[in-house]
Design a protein around this ligand. Sequence first.
Ligand code: FMN
Length: 355
Amino acid sequence: MKQLIKRLIPSALLGTVKKQKEATATALTQLMGRSRWLAKLGYGVLSSLFSRENYVTAAGIRRHHQLDKEPTQQSHARLRRNTHRLEKGLTMQPRREVFGLAYLGQLVDDFRSQASKGNACQEELQWANSVLTEYFSFADESEPAIKRARARFLACGYVGNQQNYSPYERQTSLQSRVEFDEFKKLAMQRRSVRWFTDERVPRSLVERAMQAATLAPSACNRQPFNVYIIDEDDALKRAVKQPMGTAGWEHNIPMLAVFVGDFSCFEAARDRHVPYIDASLAAMNFMLALETLGLASCPINWPDIEIRERRMAKLLKLDAWQRPIMCMAIGYAQEEGGIAFSQKKLPEQLIRYVE
Ligand SMILES: Cc1cc2nc3c(=O)[nH]c(=O)nc-3n(C[C@H](O)[C@H](O)[C@H](O)COP(=O)(O)O)c2cc1C
């Protein structure tokens, strides 16, 4: 249909119509920017621009509440969140003998349910087991809710390994010998590289870099994202065309990573931004780690455009509660390949001290 219109209507006229359409959209958006109510009318009623975001948020919450009945849940977002709330409570100064009553029962129930499933992540269970064991070792049992929860926890008879994943003191943390100058050098070495050799990227290196990515901070430690790696010719050819920012250099991308948010990790819409934030933090660790392994990368914008989103969802077989967040080209840099200078803002332009 598009092709037919293009053939029938002169390109100059098409160009004028397109420009006119864009100018009208810009003028309307500016009008919407005058007040919250106009923005609500425009984006909420007249335009469907935010509808995918709304839908993925709602589909995620729906899925979150269905997960209790799901037998194949390897990782459990609510178990992760509540375990983290409890472990934080254990580090409080002073440590209280009664806390966490709002979610303790739910945590023990989720733990029991996951422990009964053969496919649950054992590391995750071990963490929850360590934290609950530590909590019940000192919590005040004269509080009936704690007594009940402890009995249910012990009754499930979970036998973990010898690892202890409960809180520890900062002084026993692993200490890196990387000093500021070396770290800054690594940050300077990492630049957006768009020109790669055709050498295949070993998946083993990507997996190593992912070991550093997974160490990034994450809201309530839920890590609500997955990273899809595309390095097979057919899929790669289709995938690299989807983000708009690859025009002109997509043909030499040897591997594409797609960071995909999992919106089923949240029970409320207030957390809808977390997948974007958490995936981006992990992506930064990932890119720096790739540099240390001799690889280069370029983050690539994921545009919020219906047709592209649908094509990528089909390619990656995404569910309604998943959404691409960003893409990333990965490969061995061409030594003679150009790097955009991309002048950085100065620290004093970014920092604003609040007096
Ligand atoms: C979220 C994000 C999206 C980006 N999208 C694109 C893109 O679509 N195409 C591209 O060539 N570069 C893209 N970049 C790379 C930026 O142009 C680059 O990071 C910026 O100019 C700073 O340069 P540096 O990464 O070399 O420090 C993107 C970077 C980020 C963080």
